[in-house]
Write a protein that binds this ligand. Structure first.
Ligand code: NAP
Length: 238
């Protein structure tokens, strides 16, 4: 039996449980989302571009965690072949780039926008095998165009990141409409400032933000779709 077949068997033996994939789950908010989904009883695929980092998170989270080596910018289709059915996809992987130069824009969009499209498209067949698929896009309140005009003026250093998350919000609306017929809820979360590497470890507890993502991941069939909410469920203006 070749390795691909063995890997698929390992994944598929858990098909009686709900399954989730969290991208960038080796640290930060993503690891907390993965931990809470595993605690809720789902089999959680820990997306990590580095196998050792991912395995450390799998070992830490324990029984329901599975490693899925996944760089959202490379080889996504091959990774998706390892997953038979998926109930929850959390597009969490993201990067912050500095400066308004074109190269900074390209790097931010590569992960925060094109990576989300690549992952969503590649895992759609697995999501379509779910009775109630859910997609959660980890956005940012800094993406809000209304708040950019009022509360949080856009500065040059963060404009690549912020516009990439605004594009992610547009994708959220698009996918919510496109996948409504499949019963798939697609929502965006603004986690608020959290103490992670991205934020120089300034901010609140990432686990609190993860609670908001988990709520969207486990929405009932009459729950909202195409929404943009803060970690506590309050709406964020587009
Ligand atoms: P973080 O600790 O820097 O985590 C980012 C995660 O994304 C890491 O696991 C990282 O993996 C992964 N990643 C980056 N590029 C990737 C790629 N090409 N393929 C796969 N994974 C990749 O930051 P975080 O705060 O937890 O960020 C999680 C999400 O929350 C991001 O989308 C971020 O924009 C959003 N967010 C965060 C805050 C905040 O205050 N922290 C606020 C608003 C929104 P490596 O370890 O391999 O680099």
């Amino acid at each position: 039996m070749d390795k691909d077949v063995v890997d698929k068997d390992v994944v598929d033996k858990d098909t009686d449980k709900r399954t989730a994939l969290v991208t960038g789950a080796n640290r930060g908010i993503g690891k907390e989302i993965a931990r809470q989904l595993a605690e809720a009883g789902l089999i959680v695929h820990i997306g990590s571009r580095d196998a050792d980092d991912g395995q450390r998170a799998v070992d830490e989270i324990g029984a329901n965690a599975r490693l899925l080596v996944l760089d959202v910018t490379d080889g996504v289709a091959e990774a998706a072949e390892q997953i038979g059915r998926l109930d929850v996809l959390v597009n969490n992987a993201g990067i912050m780039t500095t400066g308004p130069d074109v190269e900074g824009f390209r790097r931010a969009y590569e992960v925060n926008v094109f990576g989300v499209v690549a992952v969503t498209e590649a895992f759609l067949p697995a999501l379509r095998r779910s009775a109630s698929p859910r997609i959660v896009n980890i956005s940012s309140g800094l993406a809000s165009l209304e708040w950019s005009s009022t509360r949080f003026p856009v500065d040059a250093a963060s404009v690549a990141y912020r516009t990439s998350k605004a594009a992610l919000n547009a994708l959220t609306v698009l996918y919510a409409q496109a996948l409504a017929g499949a019963g798939c809820k697609v929502n965006a979360l603004g986690p608020g400032p959290r103490a992670t590497a991205m934020n120089s470890f300034a901010g609140g507890d990432p686990a609190e933000a993860a609670e908001g993502a988990v709520r969207l991941a486990l929405l009932p069939d009459d729950g909202p779709t195409g929404s943009f909410v803060a970690w506590d469920g309050t709406p964020i203006p587009w």
